[in-house]
Design a protein around this ligand. Structure first.
Ligand code: FES
Length: 67
């Protein structure tokens, strides 16, 4: 299995690379997944768990760094 990496983008979603699959609580796989995958972390996407770009419209701010 490839190395999966999750990257917190500045003021945006989580970018997931490496072939990870996203499933629901019953392990059903969401359709239309590519690589990378962008997961919403602003909580406002109409296509959760995926990002739909709404974070830019609402001015979502998140600039965490690994220190
Ligand atoms: S992070 Fe993009 S819509 Fe939430």
């Amino acid at each position: 299995m490839a190395d999966v990496t999750i990257r917190a983008l500045k003021n945006g979603p989580y970018e997931v690379t490496g072939g990870a699959k996203v499933t629901d609580q019953k392990r059903g796989e969401f359709k239309g997944q590519g690589d990378p995958i962008y997961l919403c972390r602003c909580g406002q996407s109409a296509n959760r768990p995926f990002c739909d770009g709404t974070h830019t419209k609402i001015g979502f701010k998140a600039e965490e760094t690994a220190s």
